[in-house]
Design a protein around this ligand. Structure first.
Ligand code: FAD
Length: 394
């Protein structure tokens, strides 16, 4: 397979590199890492607005809706350069999840109302799928929507809702019918987070950060005009979104950066005159991950190529999700091993300054949050069940 780029593609890579070097400056980088929620939210919006001004905010969207209309190679180059420069990906809920659902299944009014604000990052979205008791078995969800005139009245609760504390809107799956198969009575709604009756309760995760929440709905009134597609058919739209979500979770470009950083860290760890990087056992562990990552990258390119000619990512997205997240966790584990007892340090620890690095505490945080990767987007066990059914016919 010829994987070399044309002169034009190399020029595009250069353009992307130059843009990131200039637009993703150190000041912005620091604010994006801030633990202050107000500073973080404002920095995300500022960065996404800079991307929008450059015309690169909606990399997967068709041109007619304001996307880049890039081909797969351009998207691949962009993604590779983004990760290599340590540039944060956009918040996915508007741009990568509900946006594509709106332009694929929404009405003209919904497209006009919501898409520009997603592109401008003027409205922050979150995803209301999971519920207490309905995670893997998502179709068993119980949050109810009862019809009242031209509105639905929503009662129930969503959980693990990432960034609900920052969100202006939430896209939700709600139950509109309890007869028949559980998948058939679900409706896809767009709900204004400022609606009376919505309450957001924070959940702090094991890494000490607050990104997760429970969202309660008590008699929340939602206009029927905010329904995507047909009533009771929400499962179809939800599934389309999940396939794309899983493909994105593979995170190949970010794992490549993780490996590069790991190599640099191991090159700086010297014991008895030898670097850790030159240790044969360490090299073996590093190479094992590298080989898996290379195989994943080619698999992802193959899936993207089939999507480009009209295919939809089906069971393949489950495969990418499983391998991608296993590789992410393997990198996090090896980074923890390189950190050794430095992983016990606290962020900004004095001793970190004396040592000249604080990667120990960063490694620990990444490792801890990273446990979630094999759970979110549909757990890896569930992805294996999907593949067993769809690919092996079991
Ligand atoms: C960091 C993080 C962010 C998230 N963000 C969001 C969000 O923004 N919006 C949202 O809607 N959801 C979000 N989620 C929720 C996520 O999608 C669910 O956690 C996930 O689907 C698993 O559901 P559950 O937590 O209820 O676990 P359960 O379904 O209770 O599963 C528990 C365990 O049992 C296993 N299991 C369950 N059923 C089977 C089976 N049939 N066969 C084999 N094994 C099985 C699972 O693999 C898992 O290991 C997030 C989760 C995390 C961790």
């Amino acid at each position: 397979m010829d994987t070399s780029f044309t002169a034009e593609e190399n020029a595009f890579a250069e353009e992307v590199r130059a843009f990131f070097a200039q637009a993703y400056d150190d000041d912005l980088r620091a604010r994006l890492e801030s633990s202050n929620p107000t500073i973080f939210r404002a920095a995300v919006i500022e960065w996404q607005k800079r991307l929008h001004a450059q015309g690169w905010i909606a990399t997967g969207w068709p041109k007619e809706y304001g996307g880049t209309g890039w081909n797969d190679t351009q998207s691949f180059i962009y993604e590779t350069e983004r990760a290599a420069a340590g540039v944060r990906d956009v918040i996915p809920f508007g741009l990568k999840m509900v946006g594509p659902v709106i332009y694929a299944f929404g009405t003209d009014e919904q497209k006009e109302r919501f898409l520009p604000k997603i592109l401008e990052s003027d409205e922050w979205w979150c995803q209301g799928y999971s519920e207490p008791g309905s995670g893997s078995d998502l179709a068993s969800l119980k949050t109810r929507a009862d019809i009242d005139g031209d509105d639905y009245i929503i009662n129930g609760a969503k959980i693990w809702t990432s960034y609900a504390q920052h969100a202006d809107w939430i896209f939700c799956l709600v139950r509109t019918n309890s007869d028949g198969k559980k998948q058939q009575g679900i409706t896809f709604l767009l709900i204004d987070m400022a609606s009376p009756g919505i309450k957001v309760n924070p959940i702090v995760s094991i890494d000490g950060h607050h990104s997760l929440n429970e969202v309660e709905f008590n008699n929340v009134r939602v206009p029927m005009a905010n329904r995507i597609g047909e009533q009771d058919k929400g499962w179809t739209y939800a599934k389309a979104l999940l396939a794309h979500e899983r493909t994105g979770i593979a995170g190949v470009a970010d794992s490549k950066r993780g490996l590069t950083q790991l190599r640099e860290l191991a090159a700086n760890e010297v014991n008895a005159g030898r670097t850790l990087l030159s240790d044969p056992l360490f090299q073996k562990r590093l190479s094992d991950i590298e080989i898996e990552l290379m195989a994943l990258e080619f698999t992802e390119l193959r899936v993207l190529a089939s999507v480009a000619v009209g295919g939809a990512p089906g069971a393949e997205s489950s495969m990418l999700k499983i391998k991608g997240t296993e590789i992410q966790q393997a990198i996090q584990q090896l980074t923890m091993d390189v950190a050794g007892y430095y992983q016990g340090m606290l962020p900004n620890d004095m001793s970190a300054e004396q040592l000249g690095h604080d990667f120990g505490s960063q490694a620990r945080q990444a490792f801890m949050y990273g446990r979630a990767a094999t759970v979110y987007g549909g757990s890896n066990e569930i992805q294996k069940n999907i593949m067993a059914k769809a690919v092996l016919g079991l």
